[in-house]
Ligand binder design. Structure first.
Ligand code: HPA
Length: 278
């Protein structure tokens, strides 16, 4: 989608949201990736709109991604929650992928939290683990910041020394500890997908320093960080990466594991939003 169209549809989406929610000023924005959608029920949801109603976002095409934007109020905070995400591999360009970051910036949400399902590469990362992302490797094969400047706040050459805010990383670990949920930490490598990796690719990515692998998160994190939002990301390790087990990889397995880990995800996120209130 050309940049002018993205800007126009963002304006239209904002107008539509204003007609439904009034002048909402969220404190944070949460994007729910594969298997994370149901966490919304733990965040005191008040109302939702379907993605189809949001120009520039459009319906998600991936199973397990609900396609609803929720207004929630966990512990007195106002949080908009994208229940399901759009991916680069859907072939619709960067517009829908970056829409949540652009909308969060537009509504002046200070904190932008991303979640995903990922394959565990590092030996200690096993299905059901929650990994706080400390940094990333962008292997998508493109850069979401190519082209016209996304927003006046974005420099042509954004610094990326700390895409994932260290304070927020510490806060996520602290809320895990308080909720009795173990959190690990690692480097997320993003690929375009949609095919899963070969075992040889995973061995190569391990040598490059990747701890987990997935098909999302990095573009939105780059855009949100470049626009000045405080960014955090959490991966649910849904499977051992290709070659680490004899099992074949399927999206169904990814969804199944995330569902099993759901109670932990809910406790972690509710705890995190209570911490952010204080
Ligand atoms: N590879 C890429 N993306 C993923 C994986 C994986 O193993 N698991 C969940 N998303």
């Amino acid at each position: 989608m050309p940049e002018e169209e993205v800007a126009f549809s963002l304006l239209q989406a904002r107008k539509f949201l204003q007609s439904v929610w009034g002048d909402v000023r969220p404190d944070a924005c949460l994007v729910c990736g594969s298997g994370w959608g149901e966490v919304v029920t733990a965040l005191s949801p008040t109302s939702c709109v379907a993605y189809e109603k949001l120009p520039g976002m459009g319906a998600t095409m991936v199973s397990g991604h609900h396609g609803k934007l929720w207004l929630t109020e966990p512990g007195g905070l106002k949080v908009i929650v994208f229940q399901g995400r759009r991916h680069f591999y859907e072939g619709a360009g960067w517009g829908p992928v970056l829409f949540p970051a652009l909308l969060a910036r537009e509504l002046q949400a200070g904190t932008f939290l991303l979640t995903n399902a990922a394959g565990g590469i590092r030996e200690d990362l096993i299905p059901g683990d929650l990994m706080v992302v400390s940094d990333h490797l962008n292997f998508i094969g493109s850069n979401p910041l190519i082209g016209r400047i996304l927003h006046p706040s974005v420099p042509r050459f954004p610094d990326q020394s700390e895409v994932y805010d260290k304070g927020l990383v510490n806060c996520i670990h602290a809320s895990g500890k308080a909720a009795g949920v173990e959190t690990k930490e690692g480097i997320y490598l993003a690929l375009s997908g949609p095919a899963f990796e070969t075992p040889a690719e995973i061995r190569a990515y391990a040598k490059l320093g990747a701890d987990a692998v997935g098909m999302s998160t990095v573009p939105e994190a780059m855009a949100a960080h470049a626009m000045g939002l405080k960014v955090g990301a959490i991966s649910c390790i849904s499977n051992l990466a290709a070659g680490r087990s004899s099992e074949r990889l399927t999206h169904e397995e990814v969804e199944r594991t995330s569902t099993v880990a759901l109670p932990k995800m809910m406790r972690l996120l509710s705890g995190l939003f209570s911490l952010l209130t204080t």
